[in-house]
Design a protein around this ligand. Sequence first.
Ligand SMILES: [Cu+2]
Length: 138
Amino acid sequence: MKEEAAPAGNGLGAVSPGAARPASTPAVRRRRFVATALAGLAGALVTRAARATNAVVEVEIKGNLFIPETVTIRAGTTVRWTNKERRTTHSVLFPAESLESERMLPDESWQRRFDKPGRHPYTCGPHPEMKGLVVVTD
Ligand SMILES: [Cu+2]
């Protein structure tokens, strides 16, 4: 009666062809388990890094402009607006979402985290001629 061949090419090299030992000793099973667990852990870390960037992208408000006017960010990124005027107050208003920041005095900031891909055009409550856009990619 022939023994079944051990799975080849797993890189562990634990069982050589024709070895007298059965294919699946506890030691071999343990090594396979560790290799599988490490592969899974590596995958989880990559996924988490892609999702929670912890990145903050800065937008300045100066001369009645959002600078830069368009920011393109990955999902999970925070955008922080800072009023760099000497005396003018501004807000950040997303009309489609009925979301508006407090009025920012000079040197004040407001921030928002974007978790889902999409386009978010915005303006300033008191100055509707001011335009900005946040593009969130996957
Ligand atoms: Cu404004």
